[in-house]
Design a protein around this ligand. Structure first.
Ligand code: NAD
Length: 422
């Protein structure tokens, strides 16, 4: 890669590019197109000055990256986390492109982020940070241009502030500029738990494929945020025994299975960390990833399963709730050990699928019943799984390669028929 792009050169970006290059090679993708698609289409770096409650001003670096917009407006979350950097945001934007294409959504891929620890800000500081970040990236945004959503460290309230800032700037309410916002301003029923519901729907398909029964499965979930908590809850409701869950400070474990509804309500009433909730015994994040279980769901950050711990992962199914939790070296080890990996761009696509429904409802100003949303999510995500499984069997490639190849092939076709401008 040329020095112009040195800032992109992080581990996460290298992982995304290495995955892309292997898939592109297998597809025989045109060399010129490869050069273009391994880089973002646009990347904006902004400085976000925030007046802190003590009167001082702190400046936080922020990013918005659009990887590709050949199929429609770009779509992707906004992350508030102390490790956010351009390379990570660019990798996440690239994965969004393949994810949307794989699910058949009329979107390109984007991602944004601010390098900040949101839990250290007051609510007022968080609001000022969100509004200033939004106004700095405003030229890129719009319901027909680029549509943010929540990711690590952001939530429906942050989306409401983003929607309001954009709307104030243009002079009228534009609900369709973000998704994952509260119901009161055009959010969608079923968006809150959509990613977890999607993860569960694909896991149930995989269990059927492998001839396993949900009632006889055990589960470990890393991350107890939007994705992890809802995945644990819905798997528990479906009859699985959830052995362990964790957050950034470690987790809790019970060989008899955790009572997830009680744990969730205690955690949501701000009993933190998890081990203070009075259920199960302490387990570290490292040990959780190595628990013997049927289904392991990493639902926190990227690069959690690497060549250092992959050989000790003892699950039958690895369902990637998080984006990029597994490195390529780890992938090879898991494959040798017979672990069935459900890749991120398939497993966690429920979030962007229901975000798409939210955007359609906002644009049409016509709102759907929750059951319709659940049914349509189920239909789209299980069909994507079945297509990807059939592709992986036909081409004799892993499910991850099949998912990447399917997404990349669609984008390749769009670029080819649109041609190169000018
Ligand atoms: P979140 O902020 O709601 O939750 C993140 C969770 O991870 C928290 O419980 C946090 O304590 C935990 N965590 C943070 N650092 C950790 C560490 N070092 N070890 C273990 N746990 C740690 O975020 P989220 O929206 O649930 O996103 C989680 C993952 O899922 C991310 O990779 C995100 O990109 C991906 N994802 C999210 C969505 C969505 O709709 N929110 C959709 C698709 C993919």
């Amino acid at each position: 890669m040329t020095s112009l792009y040195q800032e992109l050169e992080t581990q996460t970006f290298r992982l995304a590019v290495a995955q892309f290059e292997e898939a592109a090679e297998r597809l025989g993708l045109d060399g010129n197109l490869r050069e273009r698609l391994k880089l973002p289409q646009r990347a904006l770096i902004v400085s976000v000055p925030v007046r802190m409650d003590d009167g001082n001003v702190k400046v936080f670096p922020g990013y918005r990256v659009q990887h590709d917009t050949s199929l429609g407006p770009s779509k992707g979350g906004v992350r508030f986390h102390p490790d956010v950097n351009l390379g990570e945001v660019a990798a996440l934007a690239m994965w969004m492109t393949w994810k949307c294409a794989l699910a058949g959504l009329p979107y390109g891929g984007a991602k944004g982020g601010v390098r900040v620890a949101p839990e250290k800000l007051s609510r007022a500081e968080l609001q000022r940070l969100t509004r200033r970040y939004t106004s700095e990236i405003l030229p890129l945004l719009g319901p027909e241009k680029d549509i943010p959503a929540p990711d690590v460290g952001t939530n429906a309230q942050v989306m409401a502030w983003m929607m309001d800032t954009y709307s104030q700037e243009v002079g009228y309410a534009v609900p369709g500029v973000v998704t994952g916002k509260p119901l009161a301003i055009g959010g969608s029923l079923g968006r809150e738990d959509a990613t977890g519901r999607g993860v569960t729907a694909v896991i149930l398909e995989v269990l059927r494929h492998l001839g396993l029964e949900i009632a006889r499965t055990t589960v470990a979930v890393q991350g107890f945020g939007n994705v992890g908590m809802h995945t644990a809850r819905i798997l528990h409701e479906a009859g699985a025994k959830v052995l362990a869950v964790s957050d950034a400070k470690g987790g809790v474990y019970s060989s008899r299975g955790l009572d997830i509804p009680t744990l969730r309500s205690r955690y949501q009433s701000h009993v933190r960390p998890l081990q203070e909730c009075g259920m199960g015994e302490f387990i570290s994040n490292d040990d959780l990833l190595q628990l013997e279980c049927t289904i392991l769901v990493p639902a926190a950050l990227s690069e959690q399963i690497t060549e250092n711990n992959a050989a000790r992962v003892r699950c039958r199914i690895l369902a990637e709730g998080a984006n990029g939790p597994t490195t390529m070296a780890a992938d090879r080890i898991l494959e040798e050990n017979g672990v069935f990996v459900i890749p991120d761009i398939l497993a966690n696509s429920g979030g962007v699928i229901v975000s798409y429904f939210e955007w359609v409802q906002d644009v049409q100003k016509y709102f759907w019943k929750e059951q319709d949303i659940r049914d349509r999510l189920h239909e789209i995500i299980t069909a994507a799984f079945q297509r990807t499984l059939a592709f992986s069997q036909a081409k004799k490639v892993s499910l991850r390669m099949a998912a990447l190849m399917s997404g990349i092939d669609k984008i390749g076709q769009a670029h080819t028929v649109r041609g190169l401008y000018p």
